[in-house]
Design a protein around this ligand. Structure first.
Ligand code: PAF
Length: 279
């Protein structure tokens, strides 16, 4: 597995692979890799001739009061995990490599970035679209893999790729969960044992909603109320949102008469967690 820090080296390697006709899979990450990330890397290795991962904690997608400085950094374990998944190339740039002095161009995210996370983290998706487009340019891959756990991020990236005619295919990969349902997240390691129990209520609320829908409850309001109820009962006081929206436009809807998604963002102690289920 080759590890590079410079844009030019990373570009040269991927461009050379593409010139020989090889397909290249890209797995962008911020490190602190867990089994969810590693399934993306595994899928990339399986489906493509060559596989690239990136590890970069992108300052542009963190708000001023968010966890940028304490975001977990576990480089040695990350590299071992990627090696185990037969990743061919890892790009680990220093911040100056991607944001040199004088950097001032950002990608205006599509309108699907405005609700949900967009309300609570207003500059987040501008940072995500900017870094993802930069990575797509530096590593001109055939296909890029993102987790469905960040459902709105995946939707934002799909829209950006369509709107800006970026020649890369975007693949979403299923959320990986602990046996108790908790969605894997790099931020789970912030949780105490007791908070971890509380955090399970996110997946419990989503599973309950999916069950209710299966039983024929299609009015959105009672379904959303039921999610709030389960979260509050578990002791969660700060719920940013627990709602059901159209799966493509992320607009709210009164009735489940089209593909939808239920999404939750809630705070357990100082840790903000997100999760979702397709309906
Ligand atoms: O999902 C993430 O880890 C990040 O938002 C991404 C896509 C790597 C961009 O920094």
């Amino acid at each position: 597995m080759k590890i590079v820090e410079s844009r030019s080296e990373a570009y040269a390697q991927v461009a050379q692979w593409r010139q020989t006709g090889a397909s290249v899979g890209l797995v962008p990450t911020m490190g602190a890799l867990h089994a969810g990330h590693l399934t993306l890397a595994e899928r990339s290795t399986k489906e493509c001739d060559k596989s690239v991962a990136t590890i970069f904690v992108n300052p542009a997608q963190f708000g001023p009061r968010e966890d940028f400085s304490r975001y977990p950094r576990t480089l040695d374990d990350d590299l071992q995990g990627l090696r185990d998944k037969q990743t061919d190339l890892v790009f680990i740039p220093q911040p100056e490599e991607l944001y040199p002095a004088g950097f001032s161009t950002y990608v205006e995210p599509p309108s699907v970035a405005l609700p949900l996370e967009g309300v609570f983290r207003p500059t987040h998706f501008r940072g995500v679209t900017t870094i993802v487009l930069k990575l797509f340019n530096i590593l001109p891959a055939t296909v890029a893999y993102f987790g469905q756990k960040d459902f709105q991020q995946l939707t934002v990236i799909r829209h950006m790729v369509d709107d800006l005619n970026i020649p890369i295919r975007v693949e979403g990969c299923q959320t990986v969960r602990e046996p108790d349902g908790l969605a894997l997240s790099s931020r789970n390691r912030y949780l105490s044992l007791e908070q971890r129990q509380t955090a399970q209520s996110l997946s419990r609320a989503l599973t309950a909603v999916a069950k209710q829908v299966g039983e024929g409850i299609l009015a959105v309001e009672p379904l959303e109320q039921s999610m709030h109820h389960i979260l509050r009962e578990a002791g969660i006081e700060r719920i940013d949102y627990a709602c059901i929206v159209d799966r493509t436009t992320l607009e709210s809807l009164p009735q489940l008469d089209r593909p939808a998604v239920a999404l939750i963002a809630a705070h357990v102690g100082d840790t903000r967690l997100i999760d979702n289920v397709l309906l």
